[in-house]
Design a protein around this ligand. Structure first.
Ligand SMILES: [Zn+2]
Length: 301
């Protein structure tokens, strides 16, 4: 193990395995970004640049969601875009409050150098964001440390907000359903997929059932990002289902594939080899889906 400066967030004193088994890459264990693999070329490119808070935030979120992060010279934007970044000050405050709630001890929590990237905050924003949170009565700030960090302590309002955010956090329990929106599929959904997901603890989202304003593709991507798993039913062979399943796969989300038995042979080559749930009736689909979700440990407890 070597001691390095993280090429992404520039935190010093992190550990890394450099060129394991002679490969031109490193595996970095960063306290801010989480664990990630980086190719030699990407490492060289990032090493000449200042800290990248957005990439650091995305790596961390993906790492916390169980994804394996592999950075190469062409996928940095893709990694950044796969995670919703907190853009507004209240959104950043929500991140801090949730973090403090989980991590602070009775004396508060001292946010260390670079740790603000975990909340999607840039170096020049910290003071503004913290003053906003303090102004709202969510936390108190102890006199500033010389390092530019600070000691923060949640107030009663902050604890209430943290509790509310925990309840609102749907990322852990939402399932996205990608399927053919045709009348012939209505029973497969209402008597098969929907009750199976509810029984395994999921909140079900199907994009035609949700009202939204704006671009439907953006909405689909946003909802898939917020989902824990995606159920793809290929019956009807719709292009949208392949697209949504591929998008979820790229985000390292589990995809459970299903198809009605009598049309299995019509499926595209790419998905035929998947371990599909092959169903004959809505009831059959429901039972097999519950079994698969529980069997793969994907059920919500
Ligand atoms: Zn880092």
């Amino acid at each position: 193990m070597a001691i390095i400066t993280c090429p992404v967030c520039k935190k010093q004193g992190m550990t890394a395995a450099i060129n394991p088994e002679g490969a031109d890459k490193s595996v970095v264990y960063c306290k801010i970004c989480g664990d990630f693999e980086i190719s030699g070329t990407a490492d060289l490119v990032l090493s000449t640049k200042p800290a990248n808070p957005r990439l650091s935030y995305s790596l961390r979120k993906r790492f916390e969601n169980g994804a394996t992060n592999r950075i190469n010279s062409t996928n940095i934007e893709e990694i950044i875009n796969s995670v919703k970044f907190p853009e507004t000050i209240p959104e950043k405050v929500n991140e801090i409050i949730s973090f403090l709630y989980k991590n602070q001890s009775s004396g508060g929590y001292a946010i260390s150098d670079k740790e603000i990237y975990i909340f999607g905050i840039n170096d020049d924003e910290l003071e503004l964001v913290m003053k906003y949170a303090e102004g709202k009565g969510l936390l108190t700030i102890a006199p500033k440390f010389a390092s530019g960090g600070g000691l923060f302590s949640l107030e009663a309002n902050g604890i209430d907000l943290a509790e509310e955010l925990l309840k609102r956090n749907i990322v852990g329990s939402q399932a996205f359903v990608a399927m053919w929106f045709d009348e012939s599929m209505e029973n497969a959904f209402s008597q098969g997929i929907e009750p199976a997901l509810k029984e395994t603890g999921y909140k079900v989202i199907r994009i035609d059932k949700k009202e939204f304003i704006g671009d439907i593709n953006e909405e689909i991507q946003k909802e898939i990002k917020q989902s824990k798993i995606l159920i793809a039913d290929y019956t009807g062979n719709r292009g949208g289902v392949y697209y949504e399943a591929g998008f979820a796969k790229a985000l390292n989300k589990p995809v459970v594939s299903c198809c009605k038995e009598d049309i299995l042979k019509e499926l595209h080559f790419d998905v035929k080899h998947l371990n599909q749930i092959v169903w004959t009736s809505p009831e059959d689909l429901k039972n097999k889906l519950i079994k698969r979700i529980n069997g793969c440990g994907l059920n919500i407890d």
